[in-house]
Design a protein around this ligand. Sequence first.
Ligand SMILES: Cc1ncc(COP(=O)(O)O)c(C=O)c1O
Length: 439
Amino acid sequence: MESNDDKFVILEKGATVMDVIDQKIKEQMLTENTDAFSVADLGDLVHQHLLWQRTLPRVKPFYAVKCNTSKPVVQILAQMGLGFDCASKNEIATIRDIGVPAQRIIYANPCKEVSHIKYAVIHGVQMMTFDNEDELNKVAMNHPTAKMVLRIAVNDFTSQSPLSGKFGASMSECRQLLEYAKALNLDTIGVSFHVGSGCTDPKIFAQAIADARVVFDIGINLGFQMYLLDIGGGFPGTAKGKVTLEQLAAEINLALDIYFPDKTEVQIIAEPGRYYVMSSFTLAVNIIARKIVKYSQPSSNDEEAGNEKTMMYYLNDGLYGSFNNFAQYRELLKPIVYKKHSLDQTLYNTRIWGPTCDAWDHISDTWKLPELEIGDWLLFQNNGAYTVSTSTTFNGFHAAMTHYVISKEAWKTLQKIKRETQSPVQEQDDVDTQHLVRH
Ligand SMILES: Cc1ncc(COP(=O)(O)O)c(C=O)c1O
């Protein structure tokens, strides 16, 4: 099976991601190639979208491009009719290049570079967020017909990555900001917020929606026609986290019915990132070096009772690659040891490092694993969010290659959704229907 960063193949009935991993490892080993790689199951995006539509029927998703920018991912999401949250000129270019109309883009970065605002003008992007007066001045000078969305801060300290320390106006600032927008003759159409990535408390959404209502009413009193509520991201990428999509949705749907009961006047959108892509990617990494630390060695700090040694493994992907946004999700990402058949079931304290020379390039100390050797493979599931898009080439290591696959069933469902949506976007020209992965 040939594949590159944009192509994807359809899996024959019964074939799984694990079959693809088997095949790839076998192929790579023929040429002694131990490079790390990912397998992306694009059917997972289809599954997540159907679940979203059932669970949050009033909320139209605008996928947060920053979370995973790869072309097959954004193409499939575009074909299913999603909108997009772009944070920069390049993200706008990525989405416009696949044929998504500018009306389906929100430029959701409250602090934008002027040249990027000008780029948005050229490409017809109108909706954009703000949270301060200077931003309004910049937009008034460079994009006077923009449709402004006021981002408010929320109490997000229980989320895994809080954002309100950096972005969002406080409730006490909102009236003044809206008056300022009015004075500059900038049209303000709504309110946005973000509860922090990895939200663990559904009540934060309910409070934020209530706050948004207050700001809506201030805007309406000032003469703006407020018609957009953007409830941001923060939705979980797997069902195994602290909260599920369903738990968040129960609070959100209730709050929307209380504070925004009129379904025709206000359009509700969200900016999910992690939710759509986290579970679709599985990363395969190779152990490229190993050190065994014996407790008798003076440099060892390991006093834990139990086994007499700690294993140190060095992988060919790390913090500067796919594990950049990893810390908060450690429990969900414990690796699976790939096909290692050993009679010795002893589990050892294990310290895992990335390949660079930087000591920060450290992945975990907490997992207990059986004894492994150089050349063994580890598989990390749920590896699609903030991995591909945050990889660097530090120390000369390049990002892991991705092989994209989709099951026949998911492919058919996608075609059905496309027909129903009739979304005017670029067709998938890279699908390799001849080349099926067989079980
Ligand atoms: C403005 C904005 N929207 C959406 C997202 C996506 O968040 P998540 O991946 O938690 O859904 C982010 C993430 O940082 C963001 O900054």
